[in-house]
Design a protein around this ligand. Structure first.
Ligand code: TPP
Ligand code: MG
Length: 322
């Protein structure tokens, strides 16, 4: 990978980190009108996978979607305004953080139903294939989604029809408060693709360069119409399942486990590599940090100043049964 690409991946990891840290800082003001499922600690996966996506490629994601959306190029101000429930938000303030949609950037759906995005993504991949379009589909989901029957049905159908889709499992070892080992007899998510003939791979999700390299190979294969692929990235969420606090007080995961994963920070790992290889300097990093922080300042200001949706518009852009 060339230095420009590595710098770009670093910037993507950093902007996700800074954006979410700002959400953590502002959330207690209780002005954001949405629950937030933060991906702090998991940034490298979004950055590494989305690095290979074009604007027209489709992306489907979950309740823990901020990083994916930022890495696919969603406007920070529109996202922030959505969190504040503003008319100027990405979904006019009607979606909140779990339902971000941006058709211009290929973000078709963000599903808060665990596993719910997977069949939608497979449907989109079928449409791409039938229309002979030149795009790929990527769907992100958690280890919890692998507990759902729809995961297996979707893989089966995608394999049968040789659809252009990359399944990306962000295995952070927890679904809400349940450990993976309390729900799954084997720690083998990547191997489960293979029973359908789908090549399945696993990598360290906290190593941005490893994710980028492997995802690059898999996206290229999907683009060459070699059929679906699956990538399991192993990582950890630093914050609680939902909200800005760390939930060590809940007692479902030990503090030393959280601390050990914080020591495996994906951003620090990449920063160390960039400094060692002289891809970035300390001053350069400071400059990038300052520039990105200013972008976030501007997004927050814009979001806070925007108008709330009007009562009269409550059904606008909302479809409901007849
Ligand atoms: C079908 C369904 N069951 C339960 C829930 C409640 N729920 C929301 S998120 C979540 C955990 C999801 O865990 P995982 O898929 O590993 O994603 P993570 O939160 O770890 O990113 C659960 C059980 C839901 N939204 N949908
Ligand atoms: Mg999980």
């Amino acid at each position: 990978m060339d230095n420009i690409s590595i710098r770009q991946i670093y910037q993507t990891c950093l902007i996700i980190r800074l954006f979410e840290e700002r959400v953590v800082a502002l959330y207690p003001e209780q002005k954001m009108r949405t629950p937030v499922h933060l991906c702090l600690g998991q940034e490298a996966i979004a950055a590494g996978v989305c690095f290979h996506l074009k604007l027209k490629d489709y992306l489907f994601t979950t309740h823990r979607c901020h990083g994916h959306c930022i890495a696919k190029g969603v406007s920070l101000r529109a996202m922030m305004a959505e969190f504040y429930g503003k008319q100027t938000g990405l979904c006019s303030g009607k979606g909140g953080s779990m339902h971000l949609v941006d058709p211009e950037r290929g973000i078709v759906a963000t599903s808060a139903i665990v596993g719910g995005g997977i069949p939608l993504a497979v449907g989109a991949a079928l449409s791409v294939k039938l229309k002979k379009e030149k795009r790929v589909v990527v769907v992100f989901f958690g280890d919890g989604a692998v507990d759902e029957g729809v995961f297996y049905e979707s893989l089966n159908f995608a394999a049968l029809k040789k659809l252009p889709i990359l399944f990306v499992c962000e295995n952070n070892f927890y679904a809400t408060n349940s450990t993976q080992e309390s729900r799954q007899p084997l720690d083998n998510i990547f191997e489960r693709a293979r029973i359908f003939g789908i090549p399945g791979f696993r990598c360290d999700g906290n190593d941005a360069l490893k994710v980028t390299n492997l995802a690059g190979r898999l996206v290229a294969k999907v683009r060459q119409q070699k059929g679906p692929m699956l990538l399991e990235c192993r990582t950890y969420r630093w914050k609680g399942h939902v909200g800005p606090d760390c939930d060590s007080e809940k007692g479902y995961r030990p503090k030393d486990e959280i601390d050990a994963w914080i020591r495996k920070c994906p951003l620090k790992k990449l920063e160390k590599y960039c400094l060692k290889k002289r891809i970035l300097t300390i001053e350069g990093i400071e400059e990038i940090r300052l520039k990105l922080s200013k972008e976030i300042d501007e997004a927050v200001e814009w979001a806070q100043e925007g108008p709330l949706p009007l009562k009269a518009d409550v059904t606008q852009n909302v479809t409901y049964g007849d």
